[in-house]
Ligand binder design. Structure first.
Ligand code: HEM
Length: 439
């Protein structure tokens, strides 16, 4: 049987579905899957995109036929590639492969244990600054904490007092990726948003230069930045390429984990039964500061993190571009097609998750995990381009939750529902204000 051609919303001339998408990107992706099925064609910002929500087809794109699907440069130099250049997240081909090999050892084995000490120490320092009744924006607190952790552990430097500046600059950079009917406005056009974007990138570059100087004075040769600087010394990497990797780590290495933590605190605060179970488990396992050994016994904690990333996957869609034509779930994929695999939609699919909108950490039993189809759940992506920081992030999220959760409880200040905006990752639209309660 000949491959089928996918259908999708008609859209309007020139703009396609851009307006509907910009209005509510997450809802739009869900409606497209509901109405047009597992492979659907959409037209957004003058780009035809095939949305794929069948786990087998996603596996083919990311793993079994990964050779055929490259990272697209969406928006070209105006997109993420303009900020991160040939850093690990955005590069392709031989350069990516080489860099992945150079950086991979910093994310495994003993290295992860070294980071655990930093994670717990930095979380305890934050805890020391809190008191019963304090109001905090938990998203801000988690972002500043994960920034400190990633800079200290991978870049071997401290950013004391700079967290707020870095976070604000990164948020401004993120604004450039806020969905809007206009798509990307070329950087040279001095719209107010572009001016703020360029100023923020300059601030971040200045801070990266400072981190580099700190490392040159008292950094270690075998941390991630030490390795990159070693590569530069031996002529394998240029200065700009080291900068690109540093910017990639700053962005990719903190934002997603901060979001996971923010959504976990939010979900726990809105689900008292789960919160009690989370606290009871911590009380029965952790004695003093949490350790890596404790994590093996904190099953519910892990379930909370997994369920949080199911409902609020920080990376909510993965894009690829087909080099040659292919077939996905019986549909014809022409060469050059951009394919979107949205975690947001698949993770909320009733075919794989009962009562998909409900926060039910206890669903993640060993048996459930065994029976779940591959790529019905893929918060870290998969295949050769799977998140390099997945082990780091899981450990970090669990240790931060355990360290702060043994000492504190959090109450939401307002019961307004969480409003989300998808930039590169899904962010809360407003501060997530909570009252800290000593336990
Ligand atoms: C909960 C936390 C995290 C989530 C949900 C997450 C998610 C992802 C996803 C979905 C991808 C694949 C993107 C694609 O295939 O197009 C990815 C790639 C990547 N992530 Fe993460 N990530 C997290 C934490 C981290 C951390 C802590 C680091 C670094 C310290 C990191 C660094 C990277 C890098 C460098 C890549 C590109 C890897 C490559 O292409 O070789 N991530 N991440």
């Amino acid at each position: 049987m000949a491959d089928r051609v996918p259908s999708g919303p008609e859209g309007v001339p020139f703009l396609g579905s851009s307006l509907h998408y910009a209005d509510d990107p997450l809802g739009f992706m869900e409606r497209v899957a509901d109405e047009y099925g597992d492979v659907a064609r959409i037209d957004v910002y003058s780009q035809e995109v095939y949305q794929v929500t069948d786990p087998d087809a996603i596996r083919r794109v990311l793993v079994t036929n990964a050779e055929n699907y490259k990272k697209p440069s969406l928006g070209g130099d105006e997109g993420l590639g303009g900020l991160l250049g040939d850093g690990l997240l955005t590069s392709n081909g031989a350069h990516w492969q080489r860099q992945r090999k150079v950086m991979q050892p910093s994310f495994f084995g003993d290295k992860l244990d070294d980071y655990a000490d930093i994670i717990v120490r930095d979380s305890e320092t934050l805890a020391d600054s809190w008191y019963d009744g304090k109001h905090v924006d938990i998203h801000r607190e988690m972002s500043e904490l994960t920034l400190r952790i990633v800079v200290e552990s991978l870049l071997g430097a401290r950013i004391d007092g700079m967290e707020r500046t870095i976070r604000e600059a990164l948020l401004e950079v993120g604004e450039r990726f806020r969905p809007g009917p206009q798509g990307f406005v070329p950087e040279e056009i001095p719209t107010p948003r572009n001016v703020r974007y360029r100023r923020s990138v300059e601030i971040l570059d200045r801070i990266l230069r400072d981190i580099r100087r700190q490392h040159e004075v008292h950094g270690e040769a075998d941390d991630l930045l030490g390795k990159l600087l070693g590569e530069e010394e031996s002529g394998m990497l240029g200065k700009e390429q080291v900068r690109n990797e540093m910017m990639t780590m700053l962005l990719a290495g903190h934002d997603t984990t901060a979001l996971t933590l923010t959504y976990a605190w939010y979900l726990l605060a809105t689900h008292p039964e789960a919160k009690n179970r989370f606290h009871d488990e911590l009380d029965s396992v952790v004695d003093g500061s949490p350790t890596v050994a404790d994590l093996a016994e904190l099953d519910f904690l892990e379930q909370v993190v997994m369920e949080t990333m199911r409902l609020y996957p920080p990376a909510y869609v993965i894009y690829r571009q087909a080099e040659n034509e292919d077939t996905l779930a019986g549909f014809h994929i022409p060469a050059d097609t951009v394919v979107a695999a949205p975690q947001w939609v698949v993770h909320r699919d009733g075919r794989f998750f009962d009562d998909p909108e409900a926060f039910r950490p206890e669903r993640w039993t060993t048996e459930f995990r065994r029976e779940l189809p591959d790529f019905a759940y893929f918060p870290f992506g998969g295949g050769p381009r799977k998140c390099i920081g997945d082990g780091f992030a899981m450990r970090e999220a669990k240790l931060v939750l355990a360290t702060l959760g043994t000492q504190f409880d959090f109450e939401l200040v307002s019961d307004a529902p969480l409003s989300l905006v998808p930039f590169v990752t899904i962010h809360p639209e407003n501060p997530v204000e909570m009252t800290v309660r000593a336990r």
